[in-house]
Design a protein around this ligand. Structure first.
Ligand code: AMP
Ligand code: MN
Ligand code: MN
Ligand code: MN
Length: 281
C-alpha cells in the first residue's frame, strides 16, 4: 500500500501552513505521494512541487474546485493537471471571482446580529486576498471571543440559514470537470458524505459526474467515518470510479486528521494514482 495523501490546504487558500511547511510535515508523517489542493487556486503548485522535490517526495498537482449542484456546494478535487493550462487557470480565476462581494455580504449579515468588523477581521487571516473563505471568518470569530472554536462558528453563524451564510453560485460541474480534463488532469468527487444529499440527488451527482468524464471519488478522507468509507467504496465500484485518499488537512490546531494519518484505501478499488502514473512529478 502507498501512503498517498491527495487533499490538503495551504495559506494560498484556507490552510494555516505554507506549501513548504506542508511538504515537510507530509514527509515527516511518512507520506509517499502528496498533493496540495487549495480551494479554487493553483497559485501554490510550483512552490509545493519544488518543496516536494527537495525532500524526495512524489508529487501530483492538485486543486479543489467549488461547484454548485442541486442547490448545494460540492467540491471536486483535481489531480495531475498542467498548472499552466489556460482553460484551468481562467476557470479558477472566474470561480474565485465572487468571493470578495460574498465576504462583504457575510459581514453585513453578521452586523445585523451585532457582530461587527468581520470583513476586515477575516481579511487579516486570508493569506490570499482573492480567497477569503468562511474559514477565515471562523478564525476571526474565535480570536475575537465570539465562539470557542471554528466548529461552533460554523454551526451558529456560517451554515445555511445562519446570519453569516450567503448563498453563492460556484462553477458548474461540467465546467470544473472540463477544465481539469483539458489540462490533462483527472476529476474526483471530494468527501461525498459531507453533502447531505437525498439518495436521488446523490445518484444524480455521481451519474452526471461520470457522464462529464469524472474519474474518481474520495473514499478515505479525514471527514469520513469507517462506515462512510465502506459505503463510498461500494458506490465507487457501482459507478466504475477509482478511489482516492486524502486528509483534507488545514491546520495543526483545527484539523482532526493529520497529513498521511488515514486508513488505507479498500483493496478492491483502483487507486486514482494508478491512473496518474505518468503525471507524478
Ligand atoms: P467557503 O469555500 O468559503 O464556503 O469555505 C468552505 C470551507 O469552510 C471548507 O473548505 C472547510 O474548510 C470549512 N468548513 C465548511 N463547513 C465547515 C464546518 N461545518 N465546520 C468546520 N469547517 C467547515
Ligand atoms: Mn477548506
Ligand atoms: Mn472540501
Ligand atoms: Mn478540502
Amino acid at each position: 500500500m502507498l501512503n498517498a495523501d491527495l487533499h490538503c490546504h495551504s495559506v494560498v487558500s484556507d490552510g494555516t501552513l505554507t506549501p513548504e511547511e506542508l511538504a515537510e510535515r507530509a514527509h515527516r508523517n511518512g507520506v509517499e505521494l502528496w498533493s496540495l489542493t487549495d480551494h479554487d487556486e493553483i497559485g501554490g503548485q510550483h512552490r509545493a512541487l519544488a518543496a516536494a522535490h527537495a525532500l524526495g517526495l512524489h508529487y501530483l498537482c492538485g486543486t479543489e474546485i467549488s461547484v454548485s449542484f442541486a442547490g448545494k456546494t460540492v467540491h471536486i478535487v483535481g489531480l495531475g493537471f498542467d498548472p499552466d493550462h489556460p482553460d484551468l487557470v481562467e476557470g479558477l480565476r472566474q470561480t474565485r471571482g465572487g468571493r470578495g462581494a460574498r465576504a462583504r455580504e457575510m459581514s453585513e449579515g453578521l452586523d445585523r446580529v451585532g457582530i461587527h468588523g468581520t470583513f476586515e477581521g477575516a481579511l487579516r487571516y486570508a493569506g490570499n486576498p482573492e480567497l477569503v473563505s468562511r474559514t477565515h471568518f471562523a478564525r476571526y470569530l474565535v480570536e475575537s471571543g465570539v465562539c470557542k472554536d471554528t466548529y461552533e462558528v460554523f454551526r451558529k453563524y456560517l451554515t445555511e440559514g445562519k446570519p453569516g451564510y450567503v448563498p453563492h453560485r460556484w462553477a458548474r460541474l461540467q465546467d470544473a470537470v472540463g477544465w481539469l480534463r483539458a489540462a490533462g488532469g483527472l476529476a474526483v468527487i471530494a468527501h461525498p458524505a459531507r453533502y447531505d444529499f437525498t439518495p436521488n440527488e446523490e445518484y444524480a451527482l455521481f451519474t452526471e459526474f461520470k457522464a462529464h468524464g469524472g474519474i474518481g471519488v474520495e473514499v478515505v478522507t479525514g471527514s469520513h467515518s469507517t462506515q462512510e468509507a465502506l459505503r463510498y467504496a461500494e458506490m465507487a465500484l457501482e459507478f466504475g470510479l477509482a478511489g482516492s485518499r486524502g486528509s483534507d488537512f488545514h491546520s495543526p490546531q483545527e484539523s482532526r486528521t493529520d497529513l498521511g494519518a488515514l486508513p488505507w484505501l479498500p483493496g478492491q478499488l483502483t487507486p486514482v494514482w494508478d491512473l496518474l502514473r505518468d503525471r507524478i512529478r
